[in-house]
Design a protein around this ligand. Structure first.
Ligand code: LP5
Ligand code: MN
Length: 303
């Protein structure tokens, strides 16, 4: 049974409670119109939420981003027919309604710049990004930096995040950049086919380390949506002592939580009505108005 709640339930029964929404790994491209449509549907749903104040896009919004100029340098006529333009229009509308839009880099779109985000009034944010949800301190990140067992990827990441390398790449023509991106995709495909699932997941030690200062960690990238309890290492010694002393395991209060957002999936690819599913994060106001607290939950969004 899925541990995630149904998103439309929230829209129809608790629209006034939804305050923030977190998504990642949409991998949007011209070649997957069903995903683009699903994102537009989500944006239209979000516009109907009166209390929504933040939308976070936590990386890999696009399947491959070769530079803002690929879109920004187009003529008005070209932009008018471009698949990205309706997204910008809907995001602009959401922004006008008072919702802040935060964009974080992923491993596919690390070249997104603030100039592109300016087209809809969004803000490019660095990872990790800290937010407070109720009494909980959350860390938001894409998730690829936590996959420390994937040494080949970490070397590639370090290179791609180097400012000088990015400057060098961005100074190449768009055609050349398209070719480089295609080569990278091809190499990544052959490499990932050979890597084990374990290597491509987050490293538990890396997670424990970054979570020392947080109550919750929220990331995407691994395409394994789930909710994981993480042992609270600062308390683990005293818990063990307490278990030994009292012969009772009071671990209930001793874990933090790692939430993994899902990638956006076309469920019935090739059919006339393709359905998309995505596990997203939602922050809702608690029913108790006295505390005016907020809670994070993972919900399944379908269109
Ligand atoms: O992407 P995904 O989820 O399948 O796999 C990732 C890791 N792969 C990547 C590489 C990207 O997919 C490449 C696409 C980027 C396109 C846009 C950028 C355009 C910028 C350039 C513009 C000029 O991130 C994969 C991980 C996996 O997640 C799980 O975590 O394992 O890592 C790899 O596969 C890395 C490889 O093992 C090593 C590096 C391959 C790239 C070599 C480049 C050769 C081309 C040079 C051309 C001059
Ligand atoms: Mn990713």
């Amino acid at each position: 049974m899925t541990p995630f709640r149904d998103y439309h339930h929230l829209v129809t029964t608790r629209p006034h409670d939804v305050q923030q929404v977190m998504i990642s790994d949409l991998h949007l491209s011209a070649s997957e119109p069903a995903l683009v449509q699903a994102f537009l549907s989500l944006l239209s749903d979000l516009q109907a939420l009166p209390q929504l104040r933040c939308l976070y896009i936590l990386g890999d919004w696009f399947d491959a981003w070769i530079g803002d100029d690929a879109y920004l340098s187009l003529s008005d006529a070209e932009k008018a027919n471009h698949w990205i333009t309706p997204l910008i229009e809907q995001l602009k509308q959401l922004r006008l309604q008072g919702c802040d839009i935060f964009v974080m880099h992923g491993n596919r779109d690390f070249l997104i710049g603030q100039p592109f985000c300016n087209t809809f009034g969004g803000l490019l944010i660095d990872e990790p990004y800290d937010i407070q949800i109720g009494s909980q301190h959350f860390r938001l990140e894409h998730g690829d930096a936590l996959c420390t067992d994937d040494h080949a990827y970490q070397r590639f990441r370090k290179l791609m995040r180097n400012r000088l390398v990015q400057w060098y790449l961005l100074n190449k023509s768009l055609e050349k950049r398209q070719k480089i991106a295609a080569k990278m995709r091809q190499k990544s495909k052959t490499d990932t086919a050979r890597k084990t699932e374990f290597i491509m997941d987050v490293n538990e030690g890396a997670v424990a380390q970054v979570m020392l200062a947080y109550d919750g960690l929220l990331h995407g990238h691994t395409h394994r949506p789930d909710i994981h309890p993480v042992p609270n290492s600062s308390q683990s010694i005293s818990i063990k002592q307490s278990i030994v002393a009292n012969n009772k395991d009071d671990t209930e209060n001793t874990h933090k939580t790692r939430y993994v957002l899902g990638d956006w999936r076309v469920l019935n690819s090739g059919t006339s009505r393709e359905k998309v599913e995505a596990v997203i994060g939602v922050v809702v106001a608690e029913a108790d108005e006295v505390t005016s607290d907020e809670t994070f939950m993972m919900v399944c969004y379908t269109n």
